[in-house]
Design a protein around this ligand. Structure first.
Ligand code: PEP
Ligand code: MN
Length: 337
């Protein structure tokens, strides 16, 4: 931490700051210039409170050197984390496409889509049983019945399955049926829910909030990691911008940025960010080229009858065509798919 003192600060102020740092196990490295005095706090700066330092009357500026996220950072864990779910690796050379319907609607719908995506080369099936809808009058999901169907789809196809948990009261139930648990955008800062999934032994897909910054996203990640669950997959699902024609524009640049700063797998969700079919393929390919370790793509056997997110769900033939195109992009950047 670098602390800049105010111009009129005195020797006593400097002494007070040195004592403040020493009491917290850090040392002061003082650099007295003609204009200002700068103090480098040497030691674990995370033991310091920036707000407390700023409240000292003789402190002008406080500049942290380290990132506030610790367990997610490359400084803490330099090598890429590869998450292994029943032999399916996320974060390695192979790009994982997680595909399936937005919501689980019936046994026939889920099984049809599961077989179709498997045929196209997918290893992880998505499907939500609990839906975070803007309107309480819209379809809210099948609940535990949907989870049972997901478990059945796993049994029938051998696919790894993932679903969203919205409520702290459902964490145990959801974890009983699926391999990977997803935290949706609207719950990125539901800290109690994050702590709860931090206690289970299942990989977690954490989506960024719809107006979150990179820092807020990574601090939310720390909530899960600090409870002991080190298997977190970060999902970039776009954010709200001034552009009304794209649902939640996906910031392609944030993919390599987060990958540079953290060791965790980073995936992208072109479906919920783009919101319409015609934009899914170009953004999926761009995300792979930018270094995404996987993608979450919605596929429905009959999108015009979907109970949720119809305009963005691909049909199985559309999806299978996209898989071939993505494979070519993956290979061109030294990955497999
Ligand atoms: C989803 O993936 O089903 C979903 C609701 O996405 P998000 O939380 O990103 O809106
Ligand atoms: Mn959806």
């Amino acid at each position: 931490m670098i602390i800049v003192l105010k111009k009129n600060s005195t020797k006593q102020d400097l002494q007070a700051l040195s004592s403040y740092l020493e009491e917290r196990g850090l040392k002061a490295h003082v650099s007295e210039g003609t204009e200002v005095t700068i103090v480098g706090a040497i030691g674990d700066e995370r033991k310091l409170s920036q707000d407390q330092l700023k409240a000292l009357p003789f402190v002008d500026k406080v500049m942290p050197v380290l990132k506030p996220y610790k367990l997610a950072s490359r400084e803490f864990h330099p090598a890429d984390t590869v998450i292994d779910v029943d032999g399916v690796k996320i974060g390695g050379k192979e790009i994982q496409i997680i595909a399936g319907p937005c919501a689980i609607e019936s046994e026939e719908q889920l099984m049809t889509v599961a077989h179709e995506v498997k045929k196209a080369g997918v290893k992880i099936l998505r499907g939500s049983a609990y839906k975070p809808r803007t309107s309480p009058y819209d379809f809210q999901g099948m609940g535990e019945e949907g989870l049972k169907l997901l478990a059945k789809a796993k049994e029938e196809t051998g696919l790894v399955v993932e679903t969203e948990v919205m409520d702290i009261r459902n964490v145990e139930t959801v974890a009983k049926y699926v391999d990977i648990v997803r935290i949706g955008a609207r719950n990125m800062q539901n800290f109690n829910l994050l702590k709860e999934v931090g206690k289970i032994n299942k990989p977690i897909i954490l989506k960024n909030g719809i107006s979150s910054t990179k820092k807020e996203f990574l601090m939310a990640t720390e909530y899960i990691l600090s409870e002991g669950n080190s298997q977190v997959i970060l999902c970039n699902r776009g954010i709200r911008t001034f552009e009304p024609e794209i649902r939640f524009p996906l910031n392609i640049g944030i993919i390599p940025l987060i990958k540079q700063e953290t060791h965790l797998p980073v995936i992208a969700d072109p479906s919920h960010s783009m919101g319409k079919k015609s934009l899914i393929a170009p953004i999926s390919k761009a995300a792979i080229a930018a270094g995404a370790d996987g993608l979450l793509i919605e596929v429905h056997n009959c999108p015009e009858k979907a109970l949720c997110d119809g305009p963005q769900q691909l049909t199985p033939p559309e999806f299978s065509k996209l898989m071939k195109e993505m494979r070519a992009v993956a290979e061109s950047v030294g990955r497999t798919l």
